[in-house]
Design a protein around this ligand. Structure first.
Ligand code: ARG
Ligand code: ZN
Length: 881
């Protein structure tokens, strides 16, 4: 294991390798504990590199058993091999040469789940970012592209399936109960896209005919017996392939596309060329075991990994600083896909909720970093919501600034110019500049400046001159390593709404650039003046969340209610409701802290209930409106010295007031949407269930009884309804006999289904209040708990730390201490998982002083742990700084 080295890598230090890798031939003799890997690598020295320069290959925890130079054993004086590197000297000045390295690795003991490991009897790999160096010595960096031939030898009975990237060449028996298979991938690729899978799995098969008429075989491999649960993933895959042809003009490029689902996986999924490997959570679904959210996630992640074939694989990253080049862009593509498959507005609301609850806190705390960082100690810690989700928003802003047509031209140019390249963010941006003729140099600050811009807005209306002035100030907060910032180019989509709700077309006469309905803020302070404004309009700003910023715009409740009623952009209607709710919620938190009664703004109640009752609006949207800002949203609005108990109590009081005011309406909604239509996992069915369950939540509050939820639990015929009912029971009535009965029933029904059992753990881990820590410690002792399974750890410890503000931040600090010991323990086996969990403490400095002190103590305990991984060391150092 790589323990802390403290070495920092800088973007500015990038330079190409000294040797060019021409070809890679790998032979794996698989064995659970003694796998032999033979790597034949053909190199030549890059032009201009002095003959004295040695070849230095990366390794991680490797044991080399032999080294050949042009097929002859190498003189030990010519090389130095350590667990972490192989240096070879006296190599030819210009002609190609061949190195054959044999290493021995232990997949069974690989608990980090990086490199080649075994999960449930299945051999699989995870090489991004630096896992390949745990298989063999290699120039393990994304700008080394090569063509791979792979031979796999393994026991035939245990491993009827032998898979790797590219196209299948052939296979045969190999004696002694073994067999072999050979694969060839004609597309040059970096090592992080290598994959191998071997074992015994079931398969679902289909075909797809590409736009140029080629037939592609599609295979999804899952555990035997789970094949029917892969049907939705297959459907999502075919829709993704078609969509990428239609929208981006991109066609698949091999004869076969495979997906393998495994149950122990550090992340969501991985886009290995032609052989995607997935966390089975994002493959397996049926109505009985998967929620609507699970279906939506599967659709999005199947699409995401498939889309990487062009944005990531055919065009990859020059170095890991450019990670957003593939991730931000690919998230943008999967967001657009889901928007086209489902309701665009509802999808956008969900994206923005996610961005605000995950990325904004990251950008506002000690872990803030630019979308393209310029230094790192551990690259695994940069697979962040900033790189992914803010990276996607940056791409979206390019589309907004350029307009659909020029954006498409820019994308086409990018594919044309850089196919086969390891590219940079500069290459990407240049394509859009060249395609549109626009200067994006100021815009590019979005890649290099961290921190969420804050924009303060004010308006003044001059009736005599019939003008409206809109003044904007931007401020980008200081972030680690970046004390001062330049003003950014912020594209703000807007509308001016008249009395009757129609949109006013006004002319911008001064102050800055306005194109169509987009206002381009580019200076620190700017006042845009519009003429021809015959009555005071209501300004709707940042429509569709065109820029990922925080707006400070004190609009009156009347104006917000006007937007909530009339905006053509549904996202903005939801935003207006949110803007009305936040002041009530923050006021409720301070009232609750003082023990005062909580008052709720009447215009909030009426706007909310009007939207909920509006049959012209889609149910999914109405459900979103009824879902108030979360406790962490409220904490962020308060900004400092936050008290999670007060926030929770205040929010509950506001919910209760809404529940009371809308009781009759919620009863009606619950009834109408309960009618038993056959289950379909599409957005429409999901929307109906979401609205019905939102109503059930409010009704359980107003009646203050578990009866309704208990009845809903008994009647549920799909996992969404079942899990929602169980959540209401457990979170609202944790000590009731109804809750105990439902939890026991759920455990008994789904005890053998790991993915469903994860929900049982999550629902209990997120029960608000102090008592949950005890419950978690008890659950960890249950036979269901498995510390080696990342999904299970995330379901229990992860959701507790990330999604249970009152339980995790209990006053006495005990939960932080429990958490610290968990992080240290997990770090021993799986550093990446431990480091990711630890980021749950990233906002500790926002807590009121007592809790902040306890959190700091827990962080110090982690920091003084012996043998910390590089992953955890990096995070704890940055969080404590
Ligand atoms: N590239 C994968 C994706 O599609 C994720 C890989 C994550 N790797 C890591 N070391 N955390 O998003
Ligand atoms: Zn990705």
């Amino acid at each position: 294991m790589r323990t802390e080295t403290g070495r920092t890598i800088h973007l500015a230090d990038y330079r190409p390798t000294d040797f060019v890798l021409e070809r890679v031939d790998l032979t794996f003799e698989l064995d659970p504990t003694e796998t032999k890997v033979e790597a034949r690598l053909i190199f030549h020295r890059r032009e201009g590199v002095a003959p004295s320069v040695p070849l230095v290959l990366d390794g991680d925890d490797l044991t080399m058993t032999s080294l050949l130079f042009d097929q002859i054993e190498m003189d030990p004086a010519r090389y130095t091999a350590t667990a972490d590197s192989l240096t070879i000297r006296d190599l030819p000045a210009s002609e190609p040469f061949e190195i054959t390295i044999t290493t021995q690795i232990n997949p069974e003991a690989n608990t980090q789940l990086m490199g080649l490991y075994r999960s449930n009897g299945i051999y699989c790999t995870q090489c991004e970012a630096e896992g390949f160096r745990r298989i063999t010595y290699f120039p393990d960096r994304p700008d080394v592209l090569s063509v791979y031939t792979i031979n796999i030898i393994a026991d035939k009975d245990a491993n009827p399936l032998l898979l790797s990237n590219g196209n299948y060449l052939g296979g045969a028996g190999y004696g002694e109960g073994k067999h072999f298979a050979a694969w060839f991938d004609p597309h040059p690729k970096p090592s992080y896209l290598f994959a191998l899978v071997a074992g015994d799995l079931g398969v679902v098969e289909d075909t797809f005919t590409t736009m140029s008429g080629r037939d592609v075989t599609l295979k999804i491999y899952v555990e035997h017996g789970k094949e029917p649960r892969a049907a939705y993933a297959m459907d999502a895959l075919k829709r993704s392939m078609k969509w990428d042809e239609e929208v981006f003009g991109r066609e698949y490029d091999l004869d076969i596309f495979m997906i393998v689902a495994v149950s122990d996986f550090n992340m969501g999924a991985m886009e290995n060329k032609g052989l995607n490997i997935f966390n089975d959570k994002y493959v397996l679904a049926d109505p009985e075991t998967a929620t609507d959210q699970d279906y939506a996630n599967i659709e999005a992640i199947i699409a995401h990994e498939y889309f990487h074939n062009w944005t990531g694989n055919r065009i990859t990253c020059r170095d890991w600083f450019q990670l957003c080049l593939k991730e931000g862009l690919t998230v943008y593509r999967d967001h657009e896909f889901s928007a086209d498959m489902r309701s665009r507005a509802v999808k956008r609301i969900a994206e923005v909720r996610h961005l605000r609850s995950e990325q904004f806190p990251e950008d506002a705390g000690p872990l803030a970093h630019p979308v393209r960082p310029n230094t790192y100690r551990e690259i695994n810690n940069f697979y962040t919501t900033t790189v992914y989700e803010k990276g996607s928003e940056v791409t979206r802003m390019i589309a907004t600034i350029l307009g659909a047509e020029d954006f498409k031209k820019g994308m086409d140019l990018y594919f044309e110019r850089h196919d086969g390249d390891a590219a940079t963010v500069e290459d990407f941006v240049k394509c859009f500049e060249d395609a549109s003729g626009k200067d994006l140099s100021q815009f590019a600050l979005w890649y290099s400046q961290a921190g969420t811009p804050h924009i303060t807005v004010s308006t003044s209306y001059d009736a005599n001159a019939a003008t409206l002035s809109l003044s904007l100030d931007q401020m980008v907060p200081a972030t680690p390593g970046q004390a001062t910032k330049e003003p950014m180019h912020v594209p703000l989509s807007f509308a001016l709404l008249c009395h009757d709700g129609s949109e006013l077309t006004a002319t911008a006469i001064s102050g800055g650039t306005v194109t169509g309905n987009v206002l381009h803020l580019s200076e620190r302070s700017q006042t845009f003046v519009f003429s021809g404004v015959t009555s005071r309009p209501v300004v709707s700003l940042n429509r569709g969340f065109s820029a990922p910023v925080v707006l400070h715009f004190n609009q009156s409740n009347e104006d917000l209610a006007h937007i909530a009623r009339h905006e053509g952009d549904l996202f903005s209607r939801w935003q207006a409701i949110t803007d009305m709710a936040l002041p009530s919620l923050t006021a409720a938190a301070s009232a609750a802290a003082k023990g005062d009664a909580v008052a709720v703004e009447p215009s909030l109640l009426s706007s909310l209930l009007a939207i909920a009752a509006n049959e012209a609006l889609e149910p999914a949207f109405r459900a979103q409106a009824l879902t108030l800002p979360s406790e962490s949203d409220i904490a962020r609005a308060i900004g400092k010295d936050t008290d999670p108990d007060a926030i929770h109590a205040g929010r509950q009081a506001v919910l209760a007031a809404i529940a009371k005011a809308g009781e009759a309406q919620f009863e009606a909604l619950f009834k109408t949407h309960s009618s038993s239509t056959a289950f379909t996992p599409d957005a429409e069915g999901a929307g109906r269930r979401a609205l019905r369950n939102a109503a059930l939540g409010y009704l359980s509050l107003s009646k203050n009884s578990p009866a309704l939820a208990s009845e809903a639990y008994a009647k549920a015929d799909n996992m969404t309804d079942l899990a929602q009912a169980l959540t209401i029971l457990a979170h609202r009535f944790p000590d009731s006999s109804e809750t105990a009965a439902a939890l026991a029933n759920f455990e008994q029904r789904f005890g053998s289904n790991a993915l469903v059992l994860d929900k049982w753990f999550t629902i209990q881990a997120t029960i608000p209040g102090e008592a949950t820590l005890d419950r978690i410690q008890t659950l960890m002792k249950s036979t269901h708990y498995a510390a080696s399974n990342p999904n299970r750890v995330r379901a229990l410890v992860g959701t507790f730390a990330f999604s249970n503000p009152t339980g995790f931040n209990r006053r006495d600090g005990k939960a932080y201490h429990f958490f610290a010991s968990q992080v240290l323990e997990i770090d021993q086996r799986n550093p990446q998982l431990a480091a990711r969990l630890l980021t749950a403490l990233r906002s500790w400095q926002m807590l009121e002083p007592n809790r902040a002190n306890s959190a700091r103590e827990a962080l110090q305990i982690i920091s003084s742990g012996s043998e910390l991984s590089n992953d955890v060391r990096d995070i704890v150092d940055r969080i404590l700084k």
